[in-house]
Design a binder for this molecule. Structure first.
Ligand code: MN
Length: 490
């Protein structure tokens, strides 16, 4: 449903009232693009609605710039729309004051960001919607400001969106940022694939009726067959990993087949493989084993018509929604009964989204109309549960698993730093090397030349990176001793 339809359906509702209020408040204001300012407020609300967020979030999204940019006070918002909408607007306003300028001295900002996340995730959804619209209209700003906002988007918001399972949003943010941050690379990659792309698209399009006819024979009727072009920024990164060899990229344009159930996904895969032989080692079952951020789909690469390579993705409409919109879709997409296969990811404790299952149990317990704020509160507690962010003396935020120690921190920064570390300070106080770090801690590592790691460290380090470094260093220490010993004998 669009914003307009929502308002028509409930003209006295929270969203309709926020709409009228914000329109009045921003009256006469213009954006840098020359449009009325309200266009931005409206677009933000529209995006949140598309992500299926709750009424309060959409209303707060429409109102998100009123306190910062108009005469309206937070008290007025509270009186008119209630405490929770006011809380959300305040959160977005505060977040908006953070100016990320890359690595230097941004620790305070990281703290604010972490705090906003842990208070109520909906603040982040509003900020992402706000940012998505701003990125799409970034052209109107002066170049220095474009760069700063693009960097912040690339290094913080796109990653947050990815972590929230909003793959599509994340990809779009990265791509727009790429345009402003690395214009030469973007031009280069666009030129490289210009011809290839059209060629690929027409090839994939021609393959569509062939597969459709074959599916029909098996009584499989896809809801949709669509084509997905690889984003420029992700293509560039992928090329970097493949020696810039475009011939080794199979998914420049991929065919996407969307069906009703998971069983049908596997059925479609069988039909595809009977029609075109699969390339060995390229079949990926992200339904049985979803990606870390919750992404689910079947992928295969086949030798299609004319023996050419073709990547095909197969997924249900629900998976598709979740892949595109992430967590909001998990929580608010209730129109269809949950499918059995979904339990696969939700009952897997290794999976990052397992807490969604808990939320749903909670929801069942307290009914369909359970308070979204409390639900999201539960959710945020678990979202960053298994990872922490600590700050380096330079102000960089380092992500580590929960329970990580100063030694893990040191190895995360550099192998040599880990190897030579002798002591650590957390928030300016000396701590033991095995002490547990917490989000927001400032960590400093003290080193000593020619120091080697201790075998004891293996008992408390949390990351595989630390373990690998320690083992390698111990091994070389042993070798040095071995080669030294005979000499001593002489
Ligand atoms: Mn805004």
């Amino acid at each position: 449903m669009t914003l307009r339809e929502t308002i028509e359906q409930d003209p006295q509702g929270l969203i309709a009232r926020a709409y009228a209020f914000a329109k009045q408040a921003h009256k006469g204001q213009k954006r840098k693009t020359g449009e009325p300012y309200f266009v931005h407020a409206e677009a933000t609300g529209e995006i949140l609605l598309l992500w299926r967020l709750d009424e309060e979030t959409v209303a707060a999204g429409i109102l998100h710039d009123t306190v910062e940019d108009t005469e309206v006070t937070l008290d007025t918002i509270r009186k008119e729309f209630g405490g929770r909408v006011a809380f959300l607007v305040d959160g977005v306003t505060k977040l908006g004051r953070i100016k990320y300028r890359g690595a230097e001295a941004q620790s305070e900002n990281m703290r604010k960001l972490i705090m906003a996340i842990t208070k109520d995730l909906r603040v982040i959804f509003i900020k992402l919607a706000d940012r998505l619209h701003n990125m799409n209209t970034l052209d109107a700003l002066p170049p220095a400001k474009q760069k700063r906002i693009a960097l912040e988007t690339d290094e913080i918001y796109a990653l947050l969106a990815y972590r929230l399972g909003m793959k599509n949003v994340s990809g779009e943010l990265h791509d727009i940022a790429f345009h402003y941050l690395e214009p030469e690379k973007e031009t280069w990659v666009k030129k490289l694939i210009a011809e290839k792309y059209d060629e690929r698209l027409s090839y994939v399009t021609a393959a569509q009726p062939l597969i459709e006819a074959e599916l029909k024979k098996q009584n499989l009727r896809p809801i949709a067959i669509e084509f997905r072009a690889k984003r420029y920024s992700s293509l560039y990164r992928k090329l970097e990993r493949h020696n810039m060899d475009i011939e080794s990229i199979f998914d420049l344009v991929a065919m996407r087949i969307i069906v009703e159930t998971a069983e049908q996904c596997y059925g479609v895969l069988g039909v595809v493989h009977s029609l075109w032989p699969p390339l060995p080692g390229r079949i990926k079952d992200y339904i049985a084993v979803p990606k870390h951020n919750g992404y689910r789909s079947l992928h295969t690469t086949v030798r299609g018509p004319e023996n050419k390579v073709l990547e095909i993705q197969i997924r249900t409409i629900e998976m598709h929604e979740e892949n595109e919109y992430g967590i909001p879709a998990h929580i608010f997409y209730k129109e269809k009964p949950r499918l059995r296969h979904e339990k696969l990811i939700l009952t897997n404790p290794d999976h990052e989204f397992w807490w969604v299952k808990r939320l749903r149990e909670w929801q069942e317990k307290y009914g369909e109309n359970s308070d979204p704020e409390i639900l999201l509160h539960e959710m945020k507690v678990d979202l960053f549960k298994n990872r922490i962010f600590v700050i380096t003396p330079r102000g960089d935020a380092i992500e580590l698993p929960a329970g990580a120690t100063p030694v893990d921190f040191a190895y995360e920064i550099h192998g040599a730093l880990g190897d030579s570390c002798v002591a650590a300070k957390v928030n300016s106080r000396f701590v033991s090397l095995d002490s547990e770090l917490h989000s927001g801690d400032f960590v400093e590592i003290l080193t000593q030349k020619n120091k080697k790691p201790s075998e004891d460290w293996l008992k408390f380090v949390k990351t595989s990176k630390s373990r690998a470094h320690i083992k390698a260093a111990l091994k070389s220490k042993k070798q040095i001793l071995d080669t030294k010993r005979p000499k001593k004998k002489k």
